[in-house]
Design a protein around this ligand. Structure first.
Ligand code: SF4
Ligand code: SF4
Length: 103
């Protein structure tokens, strides 16, 4: 599992590098890149943290991703998870973080 960084969108804030539990990011030319993509375990922390949605998570064949990529957008307590498929269709699932650990 790994992520994709759109370096044209990255603004070099460094938030992904600060939050990655594996310290996998480095900043080159003022933008983020992944030093060890094979060590990414898909925790999605960087995807949620990026303020400009420059990071997406590859969804592997093992979970039916087949080349899809997932991004997330925050809106107050809501997280909007969007899957973009290779056939250019998308699907968005919204989760209210206030419901976390509710049950
Ligand atoms: S998904 Fe998690 S482990 Fe992978 S690069 Fe992002 S923060 Fe690091
Ligand atoms: S969090 Fe996003 S904008 Fe900030 S450095 Fe990382 S990829 Fe670039």
């Amino acid at each position: 599992m790994s992520i994709h960084i759109d370096r044209n969108t990255c603004i070099g804030c460094g938030r992904c590098a600060n939050i990655c539990p594996g310290t996998l990011f480095c900043m080159t030319d003022g933008r983020a890149s992944l030093r060890y993509p094979e060590e990414c375990w898909g925790c999605v922390s960087c995807v949620k943290e990026c303020p400009v949605h420059a990071i997406s998570l590859y969804l592997g064949a093992d979970i039916g991703g087949m080349g899809s990529r997932m991004t997330v957008r925050r809106e107050d307590s809501l997280l909007h998870w969007t899957v973009a498929r290779p056939d250019h269709t998308t699907e968005t699932i919204t989760v209210d973080t206030r419901d976390a650990n509710k049950y």
